[in-house]
Design a protein around this ligand. Structure first.
Ligand SMILES: Cc1cc2nc3c(=O)[nH]c(=O)nc-3n(C[C@H](O)[C@H](O)[C@H](O)COP(=O)(O)OP(=O)(O)OC[C@H]3O[C@@H](n4cnc5c(N)ncnc54)[C@H](O)[C@@H]3O)c2cc1C
Length: 391
């Protein structure tokens, strides 16, 4: 059993690290990256995506017939992790969720239209599953899509759509059969600036913007449907498995633990070096162990994905444990830093420029977005252990 990357993969990792060093810029890289924060929301970040595309680093594992290079998915993983370590934007939504789902289920016309744009890093997507009464139970979504000639008219609302305010396209689920739950959902691709769509911001506890999106008689042509009508739930479930995997890198957490370890080595609180405090030593040892367990759980996900399995249970275990580890790290950091730890990024005297104050607030969100921790436990209990549902 060997957990290390092969030599070519290590070489690729070094190449990406070199590129990221040369292209380091505060306009593109977040000095305090958090799990869900690495979005492509400015022209500078779009230009950065273009540079990744020029190097052929977007869609490396896609089939050649769709412009990919048929490389092992491990290269996508190496790239994603390096970007996460540097706080750089992530290509996961387009390449990992929309692209991979279109390759499996999209029409030829949709593949021709979207896949080349994704590979050129030109296009951004927002993902619309959640609604006011359909979050954990997303299959209860009620956004109504009714047939209208050859097309559809959509009415209703979505909630928590991150990226809606800068994305080009909306990857959105709607109810096309009111008499069926899971088999009554269809997935659509709609321009984000379509007449009848309006967007209202919601600011979350970690300073991250997400949105409400309202649909008022949004009329779209029939070819806006992804795959088959009423099959959307299957595609969404596959995409959610990909999301927990493709969009949940561990690199940001590794950097946080590294920063906290350095702080413990160097800092003093009330004249006493932290490194000599037995409570601090016990806690940091526990945290680096949790980080290592998270890494191992992630490797199990990657290993299953590389064998073309959909790693449902492994993804849930990884997301659950890694996100909770992130909370434990932020919690411990604030305890170790004393009152100064409560100073925000940019405030004078904030230890590590308020990195962990923000992290303490942001990591609350990690255990909700992409499926709450309770839901991950349900998945592990039912699909992993075969326990009955609905208890
Ligand atoms: C920052 C952020 C960004 C997001 N971005 C997007 C996005 O881009 N697109 C999108 O579609 N959605 C997005 N979401 C929505 C996210 O997926 C939902 O918030 C999440 O699925 C939980 O749904 P809910 O908020 O409606 O909570 P609810 O489903 O109402 O849950 C409330 C609580 O009850 C628990 N609970 C619910 N059902 C069960 C059960 N069966 N068993 C045990 N416990 C249960 C939950 O775990 C939770 O603790 C985002 C959320 C956040 C916070």
């Amino acid at each position: 059993m060997d957990f290390e990357l092969e030599s070519e993969e290590q070489e690729f990792d070094r190449e990406v690290e070199g590129f990221l060093g040369e292209n380091a810029s505060p306009d593109v890289m977040d000095p305090h990256p958090e799990q869900l924060s690495q979005t492509v929301d400015t022209p500078e970040k779009r230009a950065f995506m273009g540079k990744l595309a020029e190097r052929g680093w977007l869609g490396m594992s896609w089939p050649k017939e769709y412009g990919g290079r048929e490389m092992s998915g491990i290269y996508d993983f190496v790239l994603t992790e390096a970007l996460a370590r540097h706080g750089a934007p992530q290509p996961g939504k387009g390449v990992g969720i929309v692209g991979k789902t279109l390759i499996r289920h999209g029409s030829d016309a949709m593949k021709r239209k979207f896949l080349p744009q994704i590979l050129r890093g030109e296009i951004e997507f927002a993902i619309g599953y959640s609604e006011p009464d359909a979050g954990s139970d997303a299959a209860s979504m009620r956004l109504k899509a009714e047939r209208h000639g050859d097309g559809w008219i959509l009415n209703g609302a979505k909630l928590w759509t991150t990226s809606a305010h800068f994305a080009d396209w909306y990857w959105v689920g709607a109810r096309t059969d009111p008499d069926s739950k899971h088999r009554g959902i269809t997935l659509f691709l709609i321009p984000m600036n379509h007449p009848g769509l309006s967007i209202r911001p919601i600011w979350t506890i970690g300073d991250e913007r997400t949105n409400e999106v309202f649909f008022e008689n949004v009329e779209v042509p029939g070819d806006s449907v992804v795959g088959q009508v009423n099959h959307g739930w299957t595609y969404i479930c596959e995409a959610l498995d990909l999301e927990r995997f493709a969009m949940m890198p561990i690199g940001g957490l590794e950097k946080k633990v590294e920063a906290l370890c350095a702080h413990v080595h160097a800092a003093e609180v009330s004249g006493r070096p932290l490194r000599e405090d037995p409570g601090v030593r016990r806690r940091i040892a526990q945290l680096v162990t949790e980080l290592e367990v998270s890494r191992m759980l992630q490797k199990r996900v990657i290993s299953a994905a590389l064998k073309d399995q959909i790693p449902t249970v492994q993804s849930s275990q990884y997301k659950l444990f890694m996100n909770e580890c992130g909370q434990h790290v932020a919690d411990a950091a604030l305890d170790m830093m004393g009152p100064d730890g409560l100073l925000r990024p940019g405030e004078e005297g904030a230890p590590l420029d308020g990195k962990f104050e923000r992290s303490y607030r942001y990591t609350v969100v990690d255990t909700i977005g992409g499926g709450a921790s309770e839901i991950q436990k349900n998945i592990i209990a039912t699909r992993g252990l075969g326990l009955p549902k609905n208890f």
